[in-house]
Design a binder for this molecule. Sequence first.
Ligand code: AMP
Length: 211
Amino acid sequence: MKRLIFIGPQGAGKGTIAAHVCPKFEIQHISTGDMFREAMKKETELGKKAKEYIDKGELVPDEVTVELVKERISRKDCYNGFLLDGFPRTINQAKELDKDVEIDKVILLEAPEEVLMQRLQGRRICKNCGKVYHTENIPPKKEGVCDICEGELYQREDDKPEAIKKRLELYKKETAPLIEYYKEKGILKKIDAAQPELKDIVDDAVKAIES
Ligand code: AMP
């Protein structure tokens, strides 16, 4: 049973690393950003509400996000554990989560701002299956087309320069205080997420989780 959190600025690679780490521990990868994007694609009530905030690079209100996560982690497929990616993002969300579950470990993915900017600006996502690429770091075999399902690749509205700036500022203001919050609880582990080889970052994340 593992209940984990990935914290780190946008572009640190939380989603990519989580996709490699979760199968190793047979736990669910729960990304609030992916859940919102899925809801936006399906144009559900949740999706419509979230879109107002997401496209501008703002946070979706806590009352919406907290309920979404609590419901998701209470499902049967999370009995063996889960890794939260993109949640909590505020101290209030962390406190709400603490009321329901005990978190085993929080992994902080650290990377300097120039690495984050380079990763965010080149990020492309498959419209169909959600797989993440990078124009230089992880290019698809054929430009603009997903290797797996041949879906069209697109750039997230919030990965455009103005929204990126806003999101990184928001991270410093709202999310970075969580580092101290979890450090005080004695469950925080840091890893270097700027290493050029994805495998090295994944290995360090696995070690940090097992430590
Ligand atoms: P991400 O894919 O994690 O970068 O999330 C994309 C966007 O979804 C964020 O910029 C927020 O607008 C929204 N979002 C994701 N997770 C949260 C959260 N925990 N709290 C509030 N908004 C969130």
